[in-house]
Write a protein that binds this ligand. Structure first.
Ligand code: NAD
Length: 415
């Protein structure tokens, strides 16, 4: 996965004509921490887990990025996703760098008390390298507001009251209104912009989604509220479809109770992986990496793909989609709504001030549309696809900051 994000970086660096030296400065991670977590399970036996925190770049502000609890979490994943965060925070112009981390575990096999203990063990082992002005974690796959609350609580035991150490906290515990739905909401704005470029609107498109967790379910709900027809949804356990549109609120209720869309009664069923080639105008991968590969990219029937997940399209697949004139809104733009509202939450925490939901939503919409507009403009001026344009914009912003903070002097035209 790291290779993939380096591939996209390299292409944008070529457009900007960056020297090897500057590429190395911008791409090298600053620190990767690997920790062993040992907790007592509910049955009294010891359980061992490995946790990671990769910190990529702080040129524009403290490290920022999610924590993922998943068996696929390893050093390579953490570094690749940290890298993406650096470019993502720059694309939406929030004052953070990039980080990512998590724990190699399967949370469905842990009780709530075990999850709490493993989370606190992670904080105890990483507390010197995180903090409100150092590195601010947030939710990602299989982590949520509860996990963030435990992190805040544990960190505060060592360093005193510190709500700004994590974002995505419960609203009752210094979280922000609108954070939980923020990534999905941002996906919806990104989709509206992409459709506008193709002369279409949400109210006349059908949408297929892979992943119905935090990001996918909120995106689906908001798209349906604006008249979009959500015709198919798949997750780790299967898929459900309805040609005239699924009842998204009912599907959300079902999923909350059953932890999967599979088995939802009011729909046809299909094998989850078939979602990629679904007959729909829009495809939103909102699950894990490498959903669209060179093997299935030719099956994609959508005109617009919005990357709600991080890294859902491999470079070979991206090339195939480009040649087929499919608009791909890249992850570092499409799913940046979450980190944007995380920034609002952090700002509220350090100012000890609260914004109401309308203010959060208005500011998020402004930032997402401005970021999309800036990427579109670079794409137009330099004749690039949206992903390369987003990387160019991000590298320009990070590059200017990074070089002005150190004595390295190069004649670089960052545009
Ligand atoms: P989540 O844990 O809430 O949901 C994950 C969803 O993916 C679930 O519906 C799960 O069933 C599905 N899934 C897992 N494995 C699958 C598979 N093999 N096939 C099909 N579906 C599968 O996670 P989330 O927070 O919604 O994150 C989803 C993606 O969005 C991740 O790539 C994450 O990095 C990215 N993201 C999340 C946020 C955020 O704010 N939560 C922000 C930016 C990006």
């Amino acid at each position: 996965m790291l290779e993939e994000s380096h591939h996209y970086f390299g292409r944008a660096a070529d457009v900007l004509g960056l020297s090897e030296k500057v590429r190395e400065i911008l791409i090298s991670p600053k620190r990767v921490v690997k920790v062993e977590l040992v907790i007592e399970g509910d049955d009294g036996a010891l359980q061992h887990f490995i946790g990671f925190r990769a910190q990529h770049n702080t040129a524009r502000g403290p490290y920022k990025g999610g924590l993922r609890y998943h068996p696929s979490m390893d050093e390579d994943h953490a570094m690749a996703l940290a890298n993406l965060m650096t470019w993502k925070t720059a694309v939406v112009d929030v004052p953070f760098g990039g980080a990512k981390g998590g724990i190699d575990c399967d949370p469905s096999r842990l009780s709530r008390a075990e999850l709490d203990r493993v989370t606190r063990a992670f904080v105890a082992q990483t507390k010197e390298v995180i903090g409100p002005t150092v590195d601010i974690p947030a939710p990602d796959v299989n982590t949520n507001a509860d996990v963030m609350a435990w992190i805040m609580d544990e960190y505060s035991k060592y360093f005193g009251f510190s709500p700004g150490v994590v974002t995505g906290k419960p609203v009752d515990l210094f979280g922000s209104e609108g954070r939980e739905e923020a990534t999905g909401r941002g996906v919806m704005y990104a989709l509206e912009e992409a459709l506008r470029d193709r002369g279409r609107a949400l109210s006349d498109v059908s949408v297929a989604l892979q992943g119905f967790g935090n990001v996918g379910s909120h995106a689906a709900r908001l798209i349906a509220e604006r008249g979009g027809r959500v015709v198919a949804v798949a997750d780790h356990a299967g898929g459900v479809a309805r040609k005239d549109g699924l009842d998204v609120p009912a599907l959300v209720d079902w999923t909350r109770e059953h932890r999967t869309v599979a088995g939802y009664p009011d729909a046809d069923t299909f094998d989850g992986p078939d979602i990629i080639g679904w007959e729909a105008d829009v495809l939103i991968p909102a699950a894990l990496e490498d959903a669209i590969t060179k093997e299935n990219a030719a099956d994609v029937r959508a005109q617009v793909v919005v990357e709600a997940a991080n890294g859902p399209t491999t470079p070979e697949a991206a090339e195939i989609l480009h040649q087929r004139d499919v608009t791909v809104v890249p992850d570092i733009l499409a799913n940046a709504g979450g980190v944007t509202v995380s920034y609002f939450e952090w700002a509220q925490n350090i100012q000890q001030f609260r914004w109401d939901r309308d203010r959060v939503t208005d500011e998020l919409e402004k930032r997402m549309r401005a970021a999309y507009g800036a990427v579109r403009e670079v794409a137009r001026q330099k004749q690039l696809d949206l992903r390369t344009a987003a990387f160019v914009l991000a590298i320009q912003r990070v590059g200017r900051a990074a070089l002005s903070r150190q004595s390295v002097r190069e004649e670089i035209d960052f545009g």
